[in-house]
Each structure stands twice: as C-alpha cells, then as structure tokens.
Design a protein around this ligand. Sequence first.
Ligand code: S5P
Length: 266
Amino acid sequence: MEPSEAWGVRWEMAASPMAKRYMKVATAKQSLVCLAADRHTMAGLFDLIEAVGPHVAALKTHVDLVDDWTPEAWSRFCKVAHEANLLIFEDRKFADIGKISRSQMAGIYDIRSWSDLVTAHLISGPDIVDGLQASWTDVGRSGGVLLLAQMSSRGNLLHPAYTAEVVGKGTAHPGVFGFIGNGSRPKELQELRIAVGEEKMIWTPGVNLAVGDGEMGQRYGDPTEAVLAGSDCIIVGSGIHKASDPRASAKAYADASWNGLLQRNR
Ligand code: S5P
C-alpha cells in the first residue's frame, strides 16, 4: 500500500519531510509503533532492537538511563537502528531557555548528532524550539521537535488552557514535528486532534493492550482506540520490552495500530 492511501489527509497536509519519512516507514512496516526502549544496559538495548526492529517504526530512547553507556557503544546502537529503518527519538523533555537547550543537545551525549526527534516542554516559551533547531543546524543535520501538549501520568499539570497554548504556538512553527498527546484518554485525544488540525503529528504514550493503571501513576489506554482518536504513533514501552516474547508483542501492537489507521481512513 502507498503511504498516501494509508494516511489520507495526513499525508497530503504534512509539511515536514520528517513526518513524511515516518509515514513511509510506518507504511512499509505496517506499524505505527514507537518502541520506548527503556532498558538499562547496552546489551539489553541491542537484544531488544534485534527482536522487534521489523515491527516498529521508531525508537524512543532515554539516553541518560543507560548504566554502561559509552559513546562507541551508542554509535553502534544508532547504526543498528538505522539499518533496521527506525527513526531515533530522544525523549529528553527539554524545558530550559533556548540557548541552554541548544547546548544541552551537545555535551557528553551529543544528542543533536544522532537524534531525528526530541521532546520538549514549552513551559519556558517558544524560543526553546529555535534553540533545538539551531543545535541540529550546528552539526549539519535536521530534526523535529515533539512538544508535550498532554501527558499520560495522573495528576499532571498540563491543563486544557496550557495545552491550547502549546498547540497554538506549535502548529505555527515549522520546527515542530508534532505533539505528545495522552494515549490513555481517547476523548482528550480527540479534542487534541481537533485543535491541532491535520498538518502535525500526534504521538501518544500511555498505551497498552492491558488497559488500566500502570506503575507510579502511569495510565494506559487501548492502542487501536488511540489511533482512531487521532494518534499517528503509539509509544509503547513495557508492553513490549517487559513482555516474555517482545517480538510477538511488538507484532501485536503493530497490528492493533495499523488496523486502527486503516479503519480511521475508511
Ligand atoms: O506523558 C508521557 C510522555 C512520555 S514521552 N508519558 C509517558 O509515559 N512518556 C514516555 O513513554 C515515558 O518516558 C516512557 O518512556 C514511555 C512509556 O512507557 P510504558 O512502559 O509506560 O509504556
């Protein structure tokens, strides 16, 4: 199937080349899954990517939670991710002023040199997006920012008025790839999609085939429902990396998300 057929209006409206790249990969793999690769060792990460690579379209990392991180091992890991045709998304949740966020993209982890996407809060104002974009430009690369418009955790402070401001500023900025929405609440997600319109991506954590409460205030909703409500990518962590058979689990999430997309565009 062609991406234009699978994605319909989103394909036509998406202005960002990174969004088009994601939709192409997702169509080729028939999977709208971003794996939250929250394992704490390099060996665990390599095992995971080898097991699930064919069934996921993007890889979300928390580079600072790996116990035995080294620049060499990480660069090999990124190479394997590229070979597996995965977008690499560092979920750093930047929140500082523009110039510091730009510097934090460098430093020991040098996120700007290997990430295709990063997350940011807009709490410090819109210059954070320019700071992050400048850091990719500094190394001759390009990338996209996902702004946190909603969160999946209970009691979070991203209230509707805040969400509306994030969406208003984010939709107008070409450096913004899209938004993080709350995958655990389809109704909130539908409202977010209406506010965002058709041009930008909405990616959603808080998704699990076992719907309900997770650890430490995490909340989970159904993957297909999230896609039907307007999510373009389900971010799944423990549902895959803690499963007894991560490959089979990744395939189950891929099918749930892909079926959601086909139903949505019917
Ligand atoms: O609101 C959010 C935003 C994010 S990016 N809630 C989240 O859970 N996340 C991330 O998604 C979180 O950092 C973690 O890596 C992943 C969810 O993992 P899971 O194991 O609960 O599926």
